[in-house]
Design a binder for this molecule. Structure first.
Ligand SMILES: Nc1ncnc2c1ncn2[C@@H]1O[C@H](COP(=O)(O)OP(=O)(O)OP(=O)(O)O)[C@@H](O)[C@H]1O
Ligand SMILES: [Mg+2]
Length: 236
């Protein structure tokens, strides 16, 4: 038991309703209690509609819970006004989206620096930061290519570089391998493993065995109908 380490994500008795009090009310998360420690890589697994993306959105400070306690990086979400939540999310969370959300008409470099634009960082510094990440993920030679002209694997590494440009301590990825072949999926898991070795805390959603059974995933959390049904430590 890692009792001396502060959890990076701590959720207690969390409920999330969509359209609360309305005809189309959905009770998407029911009494979720979960701790994620620093440097852990966990995976949320469960059938469609079980609440994985909703839970990841709370971990990613996209919105707070309807009720219950949720703290991310030591800050309690329900105490944060929306404006602050956005700001906090930007520096705390790196989100790798299922479809990568890369803008096809922009160059690789310009996609990567997008999160820096609201911060008034000089173009020189933007380029410097992007260059480090492009080197690291092997896409430097594609720097000036439009994102529509690069391969799927390069696109994926561009998305990872963009998620890391503000050096967030927490990386979240929703179904990151859903549109990748097995080679690309394994490459993605290797990239995430490197980040975990850097001390990043990583939370994924997936039902892909290449992810859920990957040797560097510390824990698989099974969800069903908005509840955590099982949390299984994976011993490698
Ligand atoms: N914005 C929304 N408004 C209303 N209901 C929603 C909204 N987003 C999700 N839901 C509902 O909440 C429940 C949980 O959805 P969620 O997207 O978290 O599931 P999931 O496990 O990620 O599913 P999938 O594997 O299909 O991505 C589902 O019943 C879904 O229809
Ligand atoms: Mg989902």
């Amino acid at each position: 038991m890692k009792t001396d380490i502060q959890p990076v994500i701590e959720l207690s008795e969390v409920h999330k309703f969509y359209n609360q009090g309305q005809l189309r009310e959905v009770h998407a998360l029911k009494d979720i209690t979960l701790r994620v420690e620093q440097g852990e890589m966990i995976c949320l697994r469960g059938p469609s509609g079980s609440g994985k993306s909703t839970l990841l959105s709370i971990m990613g400070c996209v919105f707070g819970p309807t009720s219950g306690f949720a703290a991310v990086g030591g800050k309690q979400l329900s105490r944060m006004p929306d404006q602050y939540l956005t700001c906090y999310r930007r520096k705390t969370i790196g989100f790798i989206f299922q479809h990568f959300n890369i803008l096809p008409e922009l160059t690789v470099e310009n996609n990567i620096v997008l999160p820096l634009l609201p911060l008034g960082i000089s173009p020189h510094d933007q380029k410097k930061r992007a260059a480090l990440l492009m080197e690291r993920f092997g896409i430097m030679h594609r720097r000036d290519f439009q994102a529509s002209q690069i391969s799927g694997g390069e696109l994926q590494r561009t998305a990872i570089a963009r998620a890391l440009i503000l050096d967030p301590p927490i990386i979240l990825a929703d179904e990151p391998t859903a549109h990748l072949d097995s080679t690309r999926s394994l490459e993605l898991m290797e990239s995430l493993t490197t980040l975990r070795q850097d001390g990043k805390t990583i939370s994924l959603t997936s039902h892909d065995p290449l992810v859920t059974e990957h040797k560097n995933v510390d824990r698989v959390v099974d969800m069903e109908d908005g509840c955590i049904v099982e949390s299984e430590s994976v011993c490698s």
